[in-house]
Design a protein around this ligand. Structure first.
Ligand code: FAD
Length: 293
C-alpha cells in the first residue's frame, strides 16, 4: 500500500523504525525483531539506511521481507549525498521489483571531513533533489524528515521550515520528525509549519529512553533538548536498569498521550531493535489508539 492512502484513512498512523543488523551478522537476526513487532499490528515498519549507503542491500532486503513475508507496509529509508544517479537508480529498481512502495527520501549526515571518492559525480545535494528525481521518474510514495528543534546545520528554525516547504513541494507526501522529548518544541514547530501552509501530515518521532548514555549520545547527534523533568528522572534512576527503562517508557507514554489528545497525525516509534520496549509502550496506549482511529 502507498502510505499516503493510509494517512488519508487513519486519524493517527502508528509505525516502528528498525535498523539492519551489523554487516558482520546474518540478516536472519532481524526476523526475531520483526516477529516480535508484527503482532502489535503497526501501520508500517521503516528500515534505516546505513550512513552513506553502507547497508543498501540489507535495507532493501529487510523492507522486502516486511512487505512480502509479513504482509506489513514497509518504508525503506534512502540517503543520497554520497550517491550517483546510477547508484540511486539501482536501489530504486531493486525496491520496485521487490514490491516496496514507500521511501523515506533523505540526504544523510555528511561527515565533517567528507571529500568522497575522486571523480564520483554526486547529483543530490539535498533530500528535496532526491525527492524531485524519484517523483519525476518512479512511482513511489515518498516521506521526508523534519526537525522540530531545527536541523543542526541550519542557522534557525524559520529557515529550516522554509527548506522543508521546498522538500514537500518536490513531492514528499508525509513527514517524520527527529525524536524530541519536549512536546512544546513540537507545537512551536507545527505553528511555523502551518504558517507556511505545509499540508503534509507529520508523524512525531518518539524514542523511549532506556539508559543515560544512549540519550546523551543522541542529544549530541541531534538538536533534541532534554527538559529538566527528564533530567531529574535520569538523575534519580540511571543506576537501576529496570527502573530507568520503566521510567523511559512511562515518559514516552505520557508524551504520546498528550500528542494524541492534540490530534497529531501519527507516532513513529524509534524501537532501537528492542521490541519489548515497543510492546510495553503499545500496551499502555492500546485503548487510546483504538479511541482515536
Ligand atoms: P535535507 O532535507 O536535505 O536537509 C539538510 C539540511 O539542508 C537542513 O539543514 C536543511 O535546512 C538544509 N537545506 C535543505 N534544502 C536546502 C536548500 N535548498 N538550500 C539551503 N539549505 C537547504 N540518516 C541516515 O543516514 N540513515 C537513515 O536511515 C536516517 N533516517 C532518518 C529518519 C528520520 C525520521 C530522521 C529525522 C533522520 C534520519 N536520518 C537518517 C538522519 C538524516 O539523514 C540527517 O538528519 C541529515 O543530516 C539530513 O537529512 P534530510 O533528509 O533531513 O536533509
Amino acid at each position: 500500500m502507498y502510505l499516503n492512502e493510509l494517512f488519508s484513512q487513519k486519524k493517527a498512523v502508528v509505525s516502528f523504525e528498525i535498523f539492519p543488523p551489523k554487516l558482520t551478522s546474518s540478516i536472519d537476526v532481524i526476523y526475531d525483531t520483526i516477529d516480535a513487532l508484527a503482532p502489535l499490528r503497526p501501520d508500517y515498519i521503516s528500515v534505516t539506511y546505513g550512513a552513506g549507503g553502507s547497508t543498501t542491500k540489507t535495507t532493501v532486503e529487510i523492507a522486502s521481507i516486511i512487505t512480502n513475508k509479513y504482509n506489513i507496509n514497509s518504508l525503506a529509508h534512502l540517503t543520497c549525498f554520497n550517491s550517483t544517479q546510477r547508484e540511486i537508480d539501482e536501489v530504486l529498481t531493486d525496491l520496485a521489483n521487490k514490491n516496496v512502495r514507500n521511501i523515506l527520501a533523505l540526504r544523510g549526515d555528511v561527515p565533517r571531513d567528507f571529500e568522497g571518492d575522486a571523480g564520483k559525480k554526486r547529483e543530490y545535494k539535498y533530500a528535496s533533489n532526491l525527492t524531485q528525481y524519484i517523483n519525476d521518474n518512479y512511482n513511489f510514495c515518498l516521506g521526508g524528515a523534519c526537525y522540530p528543534e531545527g536541523h543542526p546545520e541550519c542557522p534557525n528554525l524559520d529557515k529550516d521550515v522554509e527548506n522543508l516547504k521546498r522538500k514537500v513541494k518536490a513531492g514528499v507526501s508525509f513527514l517524520i520528525t527527529q525524536l524530541f522529548f519536549d512536546n512544546e518544541a513540537f507545537y512551536r514547530f507545527k505553528e511555523k509549519v502551518d504558517k507556511l501552509d505545509i499540508k503534509a501530515p507529520i508523524q512525531a518521532g518518539i524514542m523511549p529512553i532506556t539508559n543515560r548514555k544512549q540519550i546523551e549520545r543522541i542529544v549530541e547527534l541531534t538538536n533534541a533538548k532534554i527538559p529538566p523533568k527528564l533530567i531529574r528522572i535520569l538523575d534519580k534512576f540511571e543506576h537501576n536498569k529496570e527502573a530507568i527503562k520503566d521510567a523511559g517508557i512511562a515518559y514516552a507514554t505520557e508524551q504520546i498521550i498528550e500528542l494524541l489528545a492534540n490530534d497529531i497525525d501519527g507516532i513513529h516509534i524509534y524501537t532501537m531493535n528492542r521490541p519489548q520496549v515497543a510492546k510495553d509502550l503499545v500496551r499502555n496506549l492500546e485503548s487510546l489508539l483504538y479511541a482515536v482511529n
